[in-house]
Design a protein around this ligand. Sequence first.
Ligand SMILES: *Cc1c(COP(=O)(O)O)cnc(C)c1O
Length: 355
Amino acid sequence: MKHNFGAGPGILPHEVLKQAAAAVVDFNGTGLSLLEISHRSPEFEAVLDEAVKLVKELFEVPEGYSVLFLQGGASTQFALAPYNLLPEGGKAAYLETGVWANKALKEAKFFGDVEVVATSKESNFTYIPTNYKIPEDAAYFHITSNNTIYGTQMHHFPKSPIPVVCDMSSDIFSRKVNVADFGLIYAGAQKNMGPAGVTLVIIKDDLLGKTGRKIPAMFNYQVQIEGGSMYNTPPCFAIYVSMLTLNWLKSKGGVAEIEKENDAKAKVLYQEIDRNPLFKAVAATEDRSHMNVCFVSENPEHEKPFLKLCDEKGIVGLKGHRSVGGFRASIYNALPITSVYVLIEAMQEFAEKNK
Ligand SMILES: *Cc1c(COP(=O)(O)O)cnc(C)c1O
């Protein structure tokens, strides 16, 4: 077995993979593959209902919110959020904390004015800006809870006078969140929730229908809510595997329990990075991500041999994003702490060899 530190599509629980593999051949004893049954069959409707129920239960989604499973990835939501929430001639506020946030705000410009309230671009996004004012006349305030590429994470969410829209692609279900503090949450599944091909959307119903704009059906949250995520054929397999992963999370004690594990994994890994003379963390200490741990070697010549040592130990997916370099250990929900210990051992062994 490999130790999969890849940033995304990320690691899934092994038992989920086994269940998914079995369902591809024979889904729940139906004699049919999950891939060849109607999305309107009672069998699949039960899968979708269960997935929605698990999201509501695990995230304690309050009344007045709808849960959707859509296609097009988080990148489609960059456009659908303003399409559905930004009125004609209106303004939206964005916090620019990385490339994904930047892509999101660029899409919003197709629909109205965009005010970037703060950015950490000048430092290549090594921290989350704090001193900014959220404009009260904007339709919403968009944030990215975890910046996958730079290894920064918002450990506190701002008090906002306007609805908060949050891209939670890379830390959804990794920690407790008060959904009522958000107007819209979206997340591509493939980092921490399931396989690629489905995107979770949690939307506060009463924010919809206020733009004065006509929206094509597939891009219209209201239409998707009315269709129960089945306006057209949904990504059945991706929804099924997400449902299995959410069920696995529930069986582990839910979000509060996994948050403890994630904190423990992050703690031991950052401790080693801070202790080890060969490595150094990239992100500002107070903004360090508990999902994507970015670090570099003090001596750039150590990069390749360290990756080679990792490869020998079955540690994969550790190479940092090209815009940051170095290493990125993604320690998503499904990655066991034992894999983190294997990485720590490799770092210690490498430091010993390169004294
Ligand atoms: C990966 C990622 C995206 C892009 O997701 P797609 O589903 O590929 O569109 C957006 N935002 C964040 C924070 C990400 O980590």
